[in-house]
Ligand binder design. Structure first.
Ligand code: BG6
Length: 480
């Protein structure tokens, strides 16, 4: 047996993608509430005003807000030991800069955590997962403003004190590297924006954009480190982790040009972990900033704070690996703007994400070798189209195959010596896709009856993978 006895098996979600109840009980609107639904070929749009003719999927999502008891009971039935969810900042601080919290928002999460505890499920709480208050974007320019550090800390202090007896595991920011990678200006940074597509992958970022991204990320680093320090003061037993979008980057060929380029791109993957685990900007920072022509403002005792506020564990999402090449021709022929160069040895999901279970073992060893602190895989899974049969069954053998292979590779990594403490596959219940805003891209063990247009009864149904995962957890990863 390779998985440790107390291994944290569970599943992961985020408030903006599954909670709904977008203005209930005093909740304010978050940036995500201003983003329309799209598809694999139609981009999502950000609108400053909420327009009645648009479909904003976060407004109802899958209505966890009203169905949390039923959903948590289903997680318990599968045997979850941990459940990853995020707090909707605007449920607790509707605008973001208030001194006092919204009691009803606090009550909601208390009820949710108590419900988890009833079944012996440990909540794993992401404090900020693409849920920055819209007001902070509009009034302050989001994370570009240092003021956000204090607003975030007030939020952290409130929830740390409020839930200190119910929650042990916290993540400060979801995929903190997304903004600097250029896919999170609006979602992660709340950087003020005109109405328009959520992402334009064909646009080459300007120097000014890069400058903003790294400055806003610096503010999040400082906020995260201060949150770690504060959290440990409030409850020394808290385990507070970072969360980074993970991905293995392979050289497309053994041409040293490709190898050195892949190494350079991997350094960008390490950048946030290096700051949050090691407590300082890495040795290669100056070169990166020099090449981009940017310099960020570091103030007061920021560097000291980073040094003190290092995380207790490292967590990451893992869906795919990518290849990179210095050869412009090869890029053109097998390129995929978002996902890098296609790896000829791998198959891809319907959304073009290349499936690479061994990449997970590779990355786990790579990261553990670098940081030597406990690791958690807090997102992984297959976004796929599911077919609901007439008898209300869903035969998702493709999802089982995907997860089985990834679990096998986690087991290999543990045998290699990696201190892996938990696994929370993404979207353990079907929810709204962040990149496309669709319901059709499903990850869940639990099917939710809702389509892309928002029609459906919201009924929950157990997929084949539900019974399979239950068996996996019961056997502690033995029976795959
Ligand atoms: C991660 C995010 O990047 O990937 C999640 O943390 C997201 O919020 C997940 O849902 C899967 O991406 P998508 O686009 O398939 O929903």
């Amino acid at each position: 047996m390779s998985f440790p006895k107390n291994f944290l098996w569970g599943g992961a979600t985020a408030a903006n993608q599954f909670e709904g109840g977008w203005l209930e009980d005093g909740k304010g609107d978050s940036v995500c509430d201003h983003i329309t639904a799209g598809t694999v070929s139609t981009p999502r749009y950000f609108t400053n005003e909420i327009k009645s003719e648009n479909n904003y999927p976060s407004h109802e999502a899958i209505d966890f807000y009203h169905r949390y008891k039923e959903d948590i009971a289903l997680f318990a039935e599968m045997g979850f030991r941990v459940f990853r969810l995020s707090l909707n900042w605007t449920r607790i601080f509707p605008k973001g800069d208030e001194a006092e919290p919204n009691q009803k928002g606090l009550d909601f999460y208390r009820d949710v955590f108590k419900e988890c505890k009833k079944y012996g499920i440990e909540p794993l709480v992401t404090i900020s997962h693409y849920e920055i208050p819209y007001y902070l974007m509009d009034r302050y320019g989001g994370w570009l403003s240092r003021d956000c550090i204090d607003f975030y800390l007030n939020f952290c202090e409130t929830v740390f004190k409020e839930y200190k007896d119910l929650v042990t595991y916290w993540l400060t920011f979801n995929e903190i590297n997304c903004m600097m990678m250029g896919v999170g200006d609006i979602l992660s940074g709340g950087i003020k924006s005109e109405d328009g597509p959520l992402q334009d992958f064909s646009a080459v970022p300007t120097r000014e954009q890069k400058q903003k991204r790294f400055q806003a990320t610096h503010h999040q680093f400082v906020a995260s480190a201060k949150a770690v320090i504060l959290g440990h003061e409030i409850n020394p037993a808290f385990k507070i982790g970072c969360m980074v979008a993970g991905g293995a980057i392979y050289p497309y060929t053994c041409n040293p040009d490709d190898v050195v380029l892949a190494q350079k791109e991997m350094r960008m993957n390490y950048f946030c972990g290096d700051v949050q685990v090691r407590g300082e900007y890495p040795y290669y920072t100056n070169r990166i900033f020099e090449e981009m022509g940017i310099s960020i403002e570091i103030k007061d005792n920021d560097l000291e704070v980073l040094k003190q506020g290092t995380v207790d564990f490292y967590s990451f999402s893992y869906y795919m690996s990518t290849c990179t090449t210095a050869d412009e021709e090869a890029k053109k022929t097998s390129g995929n703007v978002i996902m890098g160069v296609k790896n000829p040895y791998l198959k891809a999901s319907d959304w073009g994400w290349q499936i690479d279970p061994q990449g997970l073992r590779y990355l786990l060893n790579d990261l553990y070798g670098r940081y030597q602190i406990p690791m958690m895989v807090v997102e992984n899974g297959l976004g796929a189209v599911d077919v609901l049969e007439e008898d209300n069954t869903i035969h998702d053998s493709y999802r089982i195959d995907y997860l089985r292979e990834h679990i096998r590779q986690m087991e290999e990594a543990i045998r290699d010596g990696v201190d892996l403490i938990g696994f929370t596959p993404w979207g353990c219940i079907d929810l709204v896709s962040i990149s496309t805003g669709e319901m059709k891209k499903r990850y869940g063990f639990i099917y939710v009856d809702k389509d892309n247009e928002g029609n459906g009864s919201l009924e929950r149904l157990r997929k084949d993978s539900f019974y399979w995962y239950k068996k996996v957890i019961a056997s502690n990863g033995e029976d795959l």
